[in-house]
Each structure stands twice: as structure tokens, then as C-alpha cells.
Design a binder for this molecule. Structure first.
Ligand code: DNO
Length: 358
């Protein structure tokens, strides 16, 4: 596996590439060009500049997280073809600069959602939390406003205030949409792009829906083993693969993450992994804990062992961390502080080394 760290890009992150490079055994970053709206082709000049900045700091960039899917594609509107063409153009330009994997998601309208971005834990750290009832009592506009107020100067991916001005229209567009229609729209997209992924040698890695339960009445499809299976079967190429996110799929109580890793990883369909822990508070609610097994509800050893046993050679990154050591004052992005994620990365590397040595 190749250990990487998420970096939001120049001017988009208060964590520096040098700090990331100093994390033991860190090989590279996964990043994006956040200011380019979904549906537009990424300019080659921007990609080149990003690549140069990262390699100038002694790090690799082989994974993009994310190239987002325009809503017209998910909704299956006639205007999707133009957006798909731009997506392929972006893939072509990324391939030219050594990108080997693209992470994206099929979540309608929004990206991940939490009820609290800074939830205080007894040890004085704070973390993100999901409380189903809390969200149920909010309108999407209210939740978006909370995020905008709490996340300070940053726009959270998927929650850009400009885009969310139309949130009602977007939500209405999904009303009554049948699950099968949504799958058909996803298949249309995959059939269009996967042959290009094969040609360009870019592994496509869909990220599961987070959290794995419907919010605001939106269809949430990629939330369980069966749905992942269905998505991968929409196009059988191994270039149609998965970002195995333990914190997303694992937020459904009872989900057997190691079994999913063995199944999909055994077939060579897991290209990228987000590995983190979470602590259930009841059937639906949880907070994001530190990575080690005893801190949360997921068995991190069993997860890493499943990756090891299936000979995982893709990219992995520690996922959300808590804010610790007064870090909340340093304008980090929610879930994306430096210290707890760095601790997570070294913990995962430690398990990996132990597994390798038997
Ligand atoms: C949350 C992330 C997601 C992820 C996208 C992938 O922190 O895991 O926002 O980047 O869903 O497209």
C-alpha cells in the first residue's frame, strides 16, 4: 500500500506540504482543484502548477480526490453529455501529469454530512459527530448555514454556498426518482468514461455515500455491500472500482468491513482506501474517534489484515481526525487537522509492518 495524506491545495489548507512530508513514511498527497465547478474541464495549466508544487515539496500526487460529478449526470438530464465530455477531457489532462486514480462520489446534491463539526469530547479534543434526530429537525438550508458559519473561511466540498443557493431546486429534481433510474444514470456515465479510463490507465474509485442513511429524502445508494456490488457490476472493468471508506460504510451498524475488503479487494476492485474509526452512540449516531481500535467501534486490525491478505497495492490515507493539541485555533478544515491524522497514519503503518513480519 502507498500511504498518502489529503491536502486541499494551495490557499485551501493551513497544513503545509512540508509538514506532511515530515510524517514518517508519507509518500504523497491526494488533492484536488476545489475551485473548479463540477462539470467544467480542468485546465492543463492548473494541473501542471499543482503537480509542480507538490513534487517541489518532495511528495507525489497520483490520486485526485475528487473530480466531482455534475448533478445533470446523476439526474440523467440531456445536458449530461457535454458534462461527460468535459470529465473525459479532465481525465486526459490528469493522465498526462501522472495521475493514476480518481476518487469521486455519486451522492445526490450534497457530499458528506454531519450534525456537528466540532463536538467536544471529555479529553478536551473535538471531533465531527452525526446525530440523526438533530439533522431531522433542520432544513437543508439551516444545515448549510451552520456549516458555513462553523467552517470559517473555507467552503466544504459539496456544501459550497453558491451552489446551495439552488438547494431546493436540486432537492426537488430528485423527488420521486426511482432507485433503478439512478442506477441507470450511473451506468450511462460509467459506460461513457470507463473505456477512456482503460485507455488512459486511470483507476476510477467511487466513494460510498456518507453517512449511509438517507437525509433530506435524497436517495442514498452506495451504502452497503449489496449496493457496492451492484455499482461495480454496472460496468465489469476493474477500472470501475471503489474507494473503500471504513468510516462511511462502517457507519451502518453491523456492516462487515473486513468481509467487503476481502470480497472487492480480492477481485482487484479496491483502488483507494480511507481508513478511520468511529464510535457508535446508538443505532444511528456516532462520533469520529481516534484511529486505534480501542478508541472506537471498528476493528482496525481486522481491517488492515483484510487489506494485507488481499495484497492491497493501492493508495491509502488516514481519514478524518479529531482536533487536538489546541489545533482548533489554527483554522483547519473540519475533520482534517494535522496531528490526529498523522498519528492515524503511523498507527496504520505500524499494523502493516507487524502484518508483514508475521
Ligand atoms: C469527506 C470525504 C468525502 C470525499 C468525497 C469523494 O471527508 O471523504 O468528501 O472526499 O465524497 O468524492
Amino acid at each position: 500500500m502507498k500511504m498518502t495524506f489529503r491536502w486541499f491545495g494551495e490557499g485551501q489548507d493551513t497544513i503545509t506540504l512540508q509538514e506532511i512530508r515530515q510524517i514518517p513514511m508519507m509518500t504523497g498527497v491526494v488533492t484536488s482543484l476545489l475551485d473548479i465547478p463540477a462539470g467544467e474541464a480542468w485546465q492543463e495549466e492548473r494541473i501542471r502548477a499543482m503537480k509542480e508544487t507538490v513534487s517541489g515539496a518532495g511528495l507525489d500526487v497520483e490520486v485526485i480526490e475528487s473530480v466531482n460529478i455534475h448533478e445533470d449526470i446523476k439526474l440523467g438530464l440531456p445536458s449530461r453529455d457535454e458534462k461527460i465530455e468535459n470529465y473525459i477531457l479532465t481525465m486526459e489532462r490528469l493522465a498526462k501529469y501522472g495521475i493514476k486514480c480518481i476518487c469521486y462520489n455519486m451522492m445526490p446534491v450534497l457530499d458528506w454530512a454531519r450534525s456537528h463539526l466540532y463536538y467536544n469530547l471529555p479529553d478536551g479534543s473535538n471531533t465531527m459527530r452525526y446525530e440523526a434526530a438533530f439533522i431531522k429537525n433542520l432544513s437543508p438550508e439551516e444545515l448549510a448555514a451552520r456549516y458555513a458559519a462553523e467552517s470559517g473561511e473555507y467552503e466544504l466540498p459539496g456544501w459550497e454556498p453558491e451552489r446551495l443557493k439552488n438547494i431546493r431546486k436540486l432537492l426537488d429534481a430528485y423527488e420521486g426518482m426511482k432507485e433503478e433510474t439512478f442506477y441507470a444514470n450511473m451506468k450511462y456515465f460509467l459506460d461513457a468514461i470507463i473505456p477512456h479510463a482503460e485507455r488512459l490507465n486511470i483507476l476510477m474509485a467511487v466513494h460510498p455515500d456518507d453517512p449511509p442513511q438517507p437525509i433530506f429524502g435524497l436517495p442514498k445508494l452506495i451504502i452497503s455491500r449489496d449496493n457496492v456490488r451492484k455499482y461495480l457490476d454496472l460496468h465489469p472493468s476493474k477500472f470501475n472500482g471503489l474507494t473503500l471508506c471504513t468510516g462511511s460504510l462502517g457507519a451502518k451498524k453491523g456492516a462487515d468491513i473486513p468481509a467487503m475488503i476481502r470480497e472487492f479487494g480480492g477481485e482487484g476492485r479496491i483502488h483507494f482506501a480511507h481508513v478511520r474509526n468511529l464510535k457508535f452512540e446508538n443505532e444511528t449516531d456516532f462520533y469520529e474517534s481516534a484511529h486505534p481500535t480501542p478508541c472506537g467501534s471498528l476493528d482496525m486490525f481486522a481491517i488492515m489484515k483484510a487489506f494485507h491478505d488481499t495484497n492491497f497495492r493501492g493508495w491509502i490515507r488516514p481519514d478524518h481526525g479529531r482536533m487536538i493539541w489546541n489545533e482548533e485555533k489554527q483554522k483547519r478544515r473540519p475533520g482534517y487537522g494535522l496531528y490526529d491524522r498523522a498519528l492515524g497514519a503511523t498507527y496504520l503503518q505500524g499494523i502493516w509492518e507487524a502484518l508483514g513480519r508475521g
